[in-house]
Design a protein around this ligand. Structure first.
Ligand SMILES: [Zn+2]
Ligand SMILES: [Zn+2]
Length: 335
């Protein structure tokens, strides 16, 4: 099969022929129809995280058609539509797996990081962790839901954001474009902050009530003048965004960290405690969160804004992503 392979961190991916994967017990084989390109893939390709596997096929927003079923699989059959998220598998029995926190499982196996992912014509999946693609969705629309929508969905869920609240979303990338729409579904007022003014127009089209340019204005002041944010969702890959977001919170507000810039942040202890600020983190989501987000999309409540590319174009897509030039998601489409 054809795949885009990471052979050397920091070097371009190599599109080449590699051996087809074979499903083992408990696994299914997917003919990949679409795979979203996530910012995390860029971190992995650059070698910013130590890689447990090389050569590696990236891609954890993988959807396609089941073409093979390993022994012991009863929940999928050939011809079914299925998708694979970031979590390839977990142990299923630890305290985290049994308490709605499977992303924290110490035995987690990660798609496109610890095992090969979807930048390829075929990919393997654990049948227990693959989730069906609803019939209402095209493969291109469905693929980014498996990470880019799942992640802010979970983060908003744990934030406790409610009807009428003000939710400020820092960073309007692939995740942010879903975060705006999910926040509207909750019935909260959405404020978007980005440093690229073209993204602010995009945010308004998606339904944002306010959109501010952090490179031109004091956004924390602007948000405080609206009453302050009940929830700040930080999706921006910049440590200073965390500090800005903190200042935009109202009393009792919640800061949720999702974006993964390198480095540290510092927040005032007295200011946090005296104002009753909650600071949370959230990474991806559970299979149940994913089913819920797929249901929202099939009901037409959230929509994917995506452009498609061919597998061979992946390195130029990475370059545009590095420059922050992408609105919504880029999805590799296999035809
Ligand atoms: Zn991702
Ligand atoms: Zn576990």
């Amino acid at each position: 099969m054809k795949a885009a392979v990471l052979r050397k961190p920091g070097a371009p991916l190599v599109v080449e022929d590699v051996e087809d994967p074979r499903p083992a017990a408990g696994e299914i084989l997917l003919e990949v129809k679409a795979c979203g390109v996530c910012h995390t893939d860029l971190h992995l390709a650059a070698g910013e995280w130590s890689l447990p596997k090389l050569p590696l096929i990236l891609g954890h927003e993988v959807v396609g058609v089941v073409r093979g079923v390993g022994p012991g699989v009863s929940n999928f059959k050939e011809g079914d539509r299925a998708g694979i998220p970031w979590i390839y598998s977990t142990c299923g029995t630890c305290e985290f797996c049994t308490s709605d926190r499977e992303p924290l499982c110490p035995a987690i196996v990660v798609t496109g990081f610890m095992v090969d992912g979807g930048y390829a014509e075929y990919a393997k999946a654990s049948a227990e962790f693959a989730v069906p693609v609803p019939p209402e969705l095209t493969f291109v629309d469905a693929a980014p839901l498996y990470c880019a929508a799942l992640t802010p969905y979970r983060a908003l869920k744990i934030s406790g954001a409610r009807l009428g609240d003000t939710v400020a979303v820092w960073g309007l990338g692939g995740l942010g474009h879903y975060a705006v729409q999910i926040t509207k579904v909750i019935g909260a007022r959405v404020v978007v902050v980005d440093i690229d003014s073209s993204k602010l127009e995009f945010a308004r089209r998606l339904g944002a009530d306010f959109a501010f340019d952090a490179s031109r204005e004091k956004v924390d002041e602007a948000i405080r003048s609206l009453g302050g944010a009940h929830v700040v969702l930080n999706l921006a890959p910049a440590p200073q965004a965390v500090e800005q977001g903190f200042k935009a919170l109202r009393r009792g507000g919640t800061l949720v960290l999702v974006g993964l810039p390198q480095g540290n942040f510092s927040l005032p202890i007295l200011g946090s405690v005296a104002k009753g600020i909650r600071i949370l983190t959230s990474a991806v989501g559970t299979r149940q969160d994913l089913r819920e987000v797929l249901a929202l999309a099939s009901a037409g409540k959230i929509k994917t804004v995506a452009e498609t590319c061919r597998l061979e174009e992946i390195n130029s897509v990475f370059e545009r992503m590095r420059q922050g030039k992408i609105s919504g998601r880029v999805v590799i489409e296999f035809t």
